[in-house]
Design a protein around this ligand. Structure first.
Ligand SMILES: *Cc1c(COP(=O)(O)O)cnc(C)c1O
Length: 360
């Protein structure tokens, strides 16, 4: 507490991101970064921008990037919003679309932990629905009529940190049950095997899809995310953005993201390599006695019936491997392990098999 803080600050619960260690030689499987670098075309495009042009402000509307995204999805330019990472896009969503006369925002108990943080920041009341015993999202809980019509419903698909995905039919049934609520589908991991709700946009003006360049395009360091939806929803976000920061994407980010987005060949190749490594890793973890949730993401969420998640995380750390452990109820036993290269996964598997064999 400080006497200088504004009234709201003491009450916030800031999000704690996964560790970014300064030490070398650590195998980082803790923040769902892509193991392969970004497209070489993206790096070239960024280099080209790193010159005298930096004197000038960037395009405030990131038009070229938005046009490429719109075209690829067969939607209008006015249906694409970009921001400084999807976390910023999500922040504008909370501010611009979820603050509606005290109506709640509905979300699962286990999901991306930034959502509760934004609820606190913007004063959005939260209504939490527990996931089923097997950590799947029970669709009938979301198609039900709520006491107060929610301002919105938000979930990640595939969900984080479970990796479990909903089908488009399931998402459509949630959206059609609440036509006056904004249904936000956070697709940070969709490119690793789930179906994108972009296909539902022609039918639903209340669905907003949020995606990022951080995971499947290996550009976490560039900070680019985007939202797709009806122009009405997008306009709401633009109004917040232009009241907050007109230039959320710098010149390097716009150029790098555009070149990356257009390099479909590299994108396909690298995301497929990750999916393949994931499927191998899931099998290996099962063979070590882990329960593994069925993942459509670039991470696996697994627990061992005989070992505490925190203890396994610590043991791996001593062997120079970082994985993520959450202390939230229901998931303390679990580790969230980012899928690396085949070699990374093999190193993890080897160390885990030693840990599991060593300790009684
Ligand atoms: C990583 C992640 C984000 C944030 O992505 P950035 O674009 O890097 O801000 C948003 N949602 C989920 C579910 C994520 O896992």
């Amino acid at each position: 507490m400080s006497r200088f803080w504004s009234d709201q600050v003491a009450g916030l619960t800031p999000y704690v991101p996964g560790e970014q260690p300064k030490v070398n030689n650590l195998l980082k499987l803790n923040t769902n970064e892509h193991p392969y670098g970004p497209s070489p075309r993206a790096i070239n495009a960024i280099r080209e921008q790193a010159g005298d042009a930096l004197r000038l402000y960037p395009d405030p509307n990131s038009t070229a990037l938005r046009e490429a995204i719109a075209q690829a999805h067969g939607i209008g330019l006015d249906q694409v919003f970009v921001g400084n990472g999807s976390d910023e896009v999500l922040a504008h969503v909370f501010h611009g679309l979820f603050l509606r006369q005290g109506r709640p925002l509905v979300m699962p108990d286990i999901t991306y932990s930034f959502y509760p943080t934004y609820c606190k920041l913007y004063g959005v009341p939260r209504q939490v629905i527990p996931l089923a015993e097997d950590f799947s999202l029970r669709v009938e809980d979301y198609t039900a009529t709520f006491e107060t019509a929610p301002a919105g419903i938000i979930f990640a698909n595939p969900n984080a940190p479970t990796g479990i995905a909903l089908s488009l039919t399931e998402i459509a049934s949630i959206a059609s049950a609440h036509r006056d609520s904004v249904i936000v589908v956070d697709e940070a991991y969709v490119d690793f095997g789930a179906e994108s709700a972009v296909a539902l946009l022609p039918e639903f003006d209340n669905i907003l899809v949020v995606q990022t360049f951080s995971k499947s395009r290996s550009l976490a360091g560039l900070r680019v995310g985007f939202a797709l939806g009806s122009s009405e929803l997008i306009q709401g976000l633009v109004r917040v953005k232009d009241s907050f920061n007109s230039y959320p994407l710098d010149r390097l980010a716009q150029a790098g993201a555009l070149a990356s987005f257009l390099d479909t060949e590299y994108f396909e190749e690298t995301r497929r390599a990750v999916m393949l490594a994931r499927d191998t890793l899931q099998g290996q973890l099962l063979s070590l006695g882990f329960d593994v949730l069925p993942s459509k993401a670039n991470f696996v969420f697994a627990r061992h019936p005989q070992y505490e998640g925190a203890a396994l995380m610590q043991a791996l750390r001593e062997r120079q491997i970082l994985v993520r452990h959450f202390t939230a109820p229901r998931i303390q036993q679990f580790l969230r392990i980012t899928v690396g290269t085949q070699d990374d996964c093999h190193r993890l598997y080897t160390e885990l098999s030693r840990i599991v064999a060593d300790t009684p």
